[in-house]
Write a protein that binds this ligand. Structure first.
Ligand code: S3P
Length: 181
């Protein structure tokens, strides 16, 4: 099983993904890092050179490959008797229709849902490497969330509200939710 983490920039997908992979002793993949490795460039450089549409094309290709990879060796956990892998998606990944289909069909998708206020707090001083957040950050978060919220909710098999929770608490909430399924 591949567990994917989606949600807006700054919701903690990568840190929660890493934490979960430690707790469950399984492989962790970070889609943004895989895109940078594939392109041999940082995300801001990719946006500067080929724009958002070029970035989304690489993102789709890398995601498609990532969720088809055979599972790396990992220990079975009591949570599931299947192999488990975790992938943190980019905040905009599922806005591409094909990516949303891949995520919905080939992964168990967890949406880390947060209010604009929480996201703005987390993203303070963290906008440098994020070309989608150019300009007034609070306003950009509000605009993009208005466009994206329904898509995040539609793609998710599980929704976790993260406001006021640490990465450890979010990881535990995901484990609890998976155990109840
Ligand atoms: C994006 C989010 C980023 C990265 C790119 C575009 C977005 O990932 O994929 O800058 O459109 O929301 P994070 O959510 O990990 O910051």
């Amino acid at each position: 099983m591949i567990l994917s983490l989606t949600g807006f920039m700054g919701c903690g997908k990568s840190s929660v993904g890493r934490k979960l992979s430690q707790l469950l002793c399984c492989r962790f993949m970070d889609l943004d890092e895989m895109i940078e490795a594939e392109a041999g460039n940082s995300i801001p450089e990719i946006f500067a050179e080929i724009g958002e549409s070029g970035f989304r094309e690489i993102e789709r290709r890398v995601l498609d490959r990532a969720v088809l990879m055979p599972p790396a060796y990992n220990r079975h956990t009591s949570l599931t008797d299947q192999y488990l892998e975790i992938i943190s998606l980019g905040g905009g990944t599922i806005m591409t229709r094909e990516c949303a289909e891949i995520v919905r069909e080939r992964t168990m998708c967890v949406y880390l849902r947060a209010t604009v206020e929480t996201l703005a707090e987390h993203l303070e001083g963290e906008t440098q490497g994020r070309p989608m957040l150019k300009g007034n950050v609070h306003q950009r978060i509000t605009e993009l969330m208005a466009q994206r919220a329904a898509t995040y909710e539609g793609a998710a098999h599980i929704i976790i509200d993260i406001d006021g929770k640490s990465a450890d608490e979010v990881a535990q909430a995901i484990i609890d939710s998976l155990s109840r399924r």
